[in-house]
Every structure is written in C-alpha cells, then in structure tokens.
Design a protein around this ligand. Structure first.
Ligand SMILES: [Zn+2]
Length: 65
C-alpha cells in the first residue's frame, strides 16, 4: 500500500501554492478541498485527484504545521 502511494506521488508533482515547494515523500502538507457531490466523488490516484481537485495546497512550513 505504501509502495503504491509512493509510486503515485512520482507521477504528478504537487507543489505548495505559497512557496512553490514540491511535495516530497514523507512530507506533511495541507490541502483545501470542496466536498464534492456524492456522484462526483473523486476516485483514483491521490496526487492526480488532488492536482485536479485541490483548491489550495500548502507545505508543512507554510501551513504552520
Ligand atoms: Zn510552502
């Protein structure tokens, strides 16, 4: 499961919307999402879903941990 998650993160780069830092493995980050309608519930790879859906992504430092 963890290996799979790591692979997924290699495909799309998620970067901090404040400082532009690219999220790396094991790093903590915050994401702002809008709750989707039940029928449009996002599925699939986490990074791709976030890249598409996230309103805001901030790294641990910018989000104040
Ligand atoms: Zn940042």
């Amino acid at each position: 499961m963890l290996e799979k998650l790591k692979d997924h993160f290699k495909e799309v780069e998620l970067s901090c919307s404040k400082c532009g830092k690219v999220m790396e493995e094991g790093e903590r980050f915050s994401v702002t999402l809008i709750m989707p309608a039940e029928k449009q519930m996002p599925v699939g790879q986490l990074d791709k879903m976030l890249a598409k859906r996230a309103v805001n992504i901030t790294c641990g430092e910018c989000s104040g941990r």
